[in-house]
Design a protein around this ligand. Structure first.
Ligand SMILES: [Zn+2]
Length: 258
């Protein structure tokens, strides 16, 4: 791989002082690197939004939404976010719309109500995550696994093969740094690399679990056109998720430490 390509592939944005997303340092495998590079290439338009960093207030609201989502087991309401952060309701609502423009959350059309906040959604999906006392829905297979590293916690994920619907289960260990169990052991994740627009609307349904390579291949062969993307082991999918979501709730690094 040339230096030039490598530099482009490793593009990341500084989401708060000293914190870069994705965190390429957690990626150790070629497949995970390919999936992340495809993601960066597909989301080039979004990177433009990040040329202007999130304001401190917007960052506070973003993190508050994600912390309250798991505490309440549902998306927090704007008034609850205002009460939690000490910001005015008007400010919170304006910030929520700004976060939606960056594709960090999604609102119900024509309202100020949160519909999803990556990696979570209030909508039922194939990916159910047991997190603390709640069962929550994740937007895609990678998002489901990523919740562990994001919250420095351990989770278990119940999903199903996108081809045959047989049950797939994965549980993390060491606060999302590794896997405790995967069932069936030969399960894989397909990381779709086609991103025509918002991730939650387009690619997420195609970032799915399969019970085996055979069923992934059967599913790919049945689609027209055949999807482009990367086949990941569950461990590789955990790496990709960790790189994307691990930094989201990380504390800013003091300037002298950067
Ligand atoms: Zn299957």
């Amino acid at each position: 791989m040339s230096t030039k390509v490598r530099a482009r592939d490793e593009l990341a944005v500084e989401i708060r002082p000293g914190i870069f997303r994705p965190d390429w340092s957690v990626v150790t495998t070629t497949a995970a690197r390919q999936a992340l590079a495809a993601r960066v290439a597909g989301r080039a338009g979004l990177l433009a939004h990040w040329s202007k960093p999130l304001s401190a207030a917007a960052d506070l609201v973003w993190q508050t939404v994600l912390r309250m989502f798991v505490r309440k087991g549902r998306p927090p309401r704007p008034a609850e976010i205002a009460s939690e952060t000490g910001l005015s309701l008007d400010s919170v609502i304006a910030i929520l719309h700004g976060l939606e423009e960056r594709d960090l959350i999604g609102l119900k059309p024509g309202t100020d109500a949160i519909r999803f906040a990556y990696p979570w959604t209030e909508r039922r999906t194939p990916h159910r995550v047991a997190f603390g006392e709640h069962l929550l829905w994740a937007l895609c297979a990678v998002d489901a696994l990523a919740t562990a590293r994001m919250y420095r916690s351990d989770v278990s994920v119940d999903s199903a093969c996108a081809h045959c619907a047989s049950a797939i289960y994965a549980a993390t260990a060491l606060r999302g740094r590794t896997l405790r169990t995967v069932s069936p052991p030969e399960a894989v994740v397909w990381y779709d690399a086609t991103f025509p627009g918002c991730a939650a609307a387009s690619c997420c349904p195609s970032i799915a679990f399969f019970c085996s390579d055979d069923h992934l291949e059967a599913w790919l062969s049945s689609r027209s056109p055949r999807p482009e993307g990367v086949r990941l082991s569950i461990a590789e999918a955990l790496e990709v998720g960790g790189a994307i979501f691990g930094p989201v709730l990380a504390e800013a690094v003091a300037p002298e430490a950067v």
